[in-house]
Design a protein around this ligand. Sequence first.
Ligand code: ATP
Ligand code: MG
Length: 357
Amino acid sequence: SQRRHASKHRFFVVELSQALFDFVIRLLPSQEEMAVKEDVRKLLERLIRTIEPDSRLLSFGSTANGFSLRNSDMDLCCLIDSAERLSASDMVTMLGDLLERETKFHVKPLPHARIPIVKLSLDPSPGLPHGIACDIGFENRLALENTRLLMCYAMIDPTRVRTLVLFLKVWSKRRNINSPYQGTLSSYGYVLLVIYFLIHVKNPPVLPNLQQMPPLRPISQEDTHIGGHNTWFFDDIELLRQRWQSSNTDSVADLLIDFFRYYSRDFTYNTGVASIRGGLLKKDSKGWQNELAAGRYNDSRERNRFCIEDPFEIDFNVARCVTKEGLYQIRGEFMRASRILAMRPRASVALAQLCEE
Ligand code: ATP
Ligand code: MG
C-alpha cells in the first residue's frame, strides 16, 4: 500500500508539472503584443527627447525580466545623461503636458508621488483588444538593476523558475491577493518569495545566491553602488552555467507543493524577514518589529506585518503595504492551495480550483 501511495503521488506530480507548463504557455504575451509594446516605447522615447535630448527610455519590471503575462502593464524608466537636468517632478509635469497634446493616450501625471510618475493608458481597439497601461518614471536606476537581477535568476533555470513565478502571478491575481493598494502584495513581492524559497529553503538549492558569489575580478565601490546601495551581483550567466549546476532535481509541481507548504506552515511571519540576499533574517535585527512601527506611526498602518527585504535597498520592506487583514488573506490562500494539492485531484481540476476567481 505504501508503494501504491508513492506511485500515485509520482503520477500526480508528473501530470501536474505538465499541466503547469501548458497553463503558463497559454498566458505568455504574443510576439505581436511585444512588438506593439516596443513600438510604444520607441514613440514615447522620441517624444521625451524633444524635452531632454540626452534621455533614454528603458523597460523594467515584467516586460524586461522574463516574467511577463499577456496584457501586463509596461513599466518604463527615463534616464537622462546630461549633467544639468530637470527634477523628476518637473519632468513629470512637462511630459504630461506634451503627451496630452501630442498623443491619444489618457495621461495622468503624478508629480508629487513618492516616486513621481506619468501614468498612461490607451483604450482597447481592434488591433489592441486590451489596450495598454504604462507608467513612466525617472532615474529609477535601482529598479532597472533589480529587474536585471530577476532576469538573471530566470535565465539560470528558465523552465522551473519561470513556470513557478508565472503561475504564482496568475494565481495571486485570480485570488485577489496581488494589490498593494488593498493591503496585499505586489507581483514583485511574490517573485522575491519564490526566489528566496529556491535559494534558501530548498535543500539542495535550486538557485545559487548571485549577490554572495565571489566576483571574477576586483570591483570598485563606484562600479557597484547606486545611491549608497550595493547593487553588485554575479551576472555572467553563461559562465555560471559552466561552473554551477543545481543538484536539486525536483519537478515544478514538487516545488509548487513545497512552496505552498512552506508559506502556509513554516515561514515565521511574526519574527522573520525573507531576504534573497541574506536568507532568513530577524525583524529584531533590522529594527522592523511590528510594535515599534505601529508606535512610531501611531496609526493602523502596520508596515512590518510581513517582511520581505528588497535585494538592494535593504532598509526597504517590499511588503510594507501588507495590512493585518491582507496578511490573513494571503496566508489563508497559501493554506487553501496546500489543501487542494494535498488531495491530489486530476491536474486540470487542481489548476482550475487553485485559480478559481
Ligand atoms: P506585473 O506583470 O504584475 O506588472 P511585474 O513583474 O511588472 O508584474 P511589478 O510588481 O509591477 O512587477 O513591479 C515592477 C517593478 O517595479 C519591479 O521590478 C520593481 O523594480 C518595482 N517594484 C514594484 N513593487 C515594488 C515594491 N513594493 N518595492 C520596490 N520596488 C517595487
Ligand atoms: Mg509591472
